[in-house]
Design a protein. Structure first.
Length: 357
């Protein structure tokens, strides 16, 4: 086994050195931050097991008096899990749970042997685990779309982005808000509606909805923002249920409820959120703030664990940037790159951009 310790300013630089000196099958043993020449750096220890395998022992002949039924090993050996590689280290560094990592790592060698690249193979395997829909499919299943989620999840910005994008596509869209709790919470929608040459509406009761409906008239899409909730406080969930009940949507009206999740929330809470919000009969998961993290294991784990469709995300705080179609291919490319620490961005300009977007 060859062991190598290298020092580099960024993880990307370290990974390139390891691949050059030890090859793509090297295993990262340890990573720690150090200061070198007054700058934050990384010290990484990697290893490559290139020792020749030991000779296989020659099995002893079976005794002559054993029957044919006992001539084979009664306790066959259990297949060993795949050896850790740079890809497995990368997946684990993204926080992808072991029960999702191992099936991917087990299937990858066969797919790569068939001629697929690592990213293509991972995308196909993720596509089998995730329920992915196109943004058009997610927003065409109903005329009314309600967006719920935790405080600060970016629901209002998302609704504004979707409204502006739909209008650019020639669709007649209306913007409503039920958020009468947050100071200034309605202004982004009002600004977005003004950009669209329209008016947004703040609904505070059944009368407000009827007045807004009369002014809006027939629309292809109706996008409804809601107050932020604390999914772990039952009172906020009940309060939102009451607000939605006040809408008193006519019988036969189809609507979809989307759970908006910020990608930078901790993994345990993120995976608990769909369960906590089950009372709202969720239609999909929409991930926001992809630019605020470089670790995407919890996004995959939450989508797989909930079984809910996904396909929309946001990756910029401004309303002019349209939402991102979140595909298995996008996640595969992200998961094959090591997460980047904020201090690893080279320049101030690059620091404002997510590394993969």
């Amino acid at each position: 086994m060859r062991i190598k310790t290298i020092t580099a300013e960024t993880m990307a630089e370290a990974l390139a050195i390891i691949r050059t000196q030890l090859g793509p099958e090297a295993l990262i043993l340890n990573t720690r931050k150090i200061m070198r020449n007054g700058k934050p750096s990384l010290e990484i220890t990697a290893a490559l097991n290139d020792d020749p395998p030991p000779p296989r022992p020659v099995p002893a002949p079976a005794p002559a008096n054993l029957s044919a039924n006992h001539s084979h090993n009664a306790f066959p050996s259990t297949p060993k899990p795949p050896l850790p590689t740079l890809l497995s280290s990368t997946l684990h560094s993204h926080g992808l749970p072991e029960h999702l990592c191992q099936p991917l790592l087990t299937a990858l060698p066969g797919m790569k042997a068939a001629g697929f690249t690592e990213s293509e193979s991972l995308a196909m395997l993720l596509g089998k685990q995730l329920a992915v829909k196109t943004p058009t499919d997610l927003l065409s299943s109903a005329g009314i779309h309600i967006f719920i989620g935790p405080h600060g999840a970016g629901k209002t910005t998302l609704v504004a982005k979707l409204g502006i994008q739909a209008r650019r596509q020639g669709r007649n869209v209306g913007l409503l808000s039920l958020d009468d709790q947050k100071i200034g919470g309605f202004e982004p929608l009002a600004i977005a509606a003004e950009v669209m040459g329209d008016h947004a509406h703040l609904v505070t009761g059944a009368g407000g909805l009827h007045a807004a409906a009369a002014e809006l008239g027939p629309r292809h899409l109706l996008l409804i923002d809601t107050p932020g909730i604390n999914p772990f406080a039952t009172a906020t969930l009940v309060a939102l249920q009451r607000k939605l009940a006040v809408l008193n949507l006519p019988a036969g009206t189809s609507w979809a409820t989307h759970l908006v999740l910020p990608a930078n929330v901790n993994a345990e809470d993120m995976q608990a959120l769909p369960v906590a919000c089950h009372r709202f009969s969720l239609s999909s998961l929409i991930f926001t703030k992809l630019d605020c993290t470089t670790r995407y294991g919890s996004v995959v784990a939450t989508a797989v664990g909930s079984g809910l469709p996904m396909g929309l995300a946001t990756h910029a705080p401004d309303m002019a940037t349209p939402p991102l179609p979140l595909t298995a291919q996008w996640l595969a490319e992200a998961l094959t790159q090591l997460p980047v620490h904020p201090w690893e961005f080279a320049t101030e300009t690059n620091a404002t951009l997510a590394p993969r977007l």
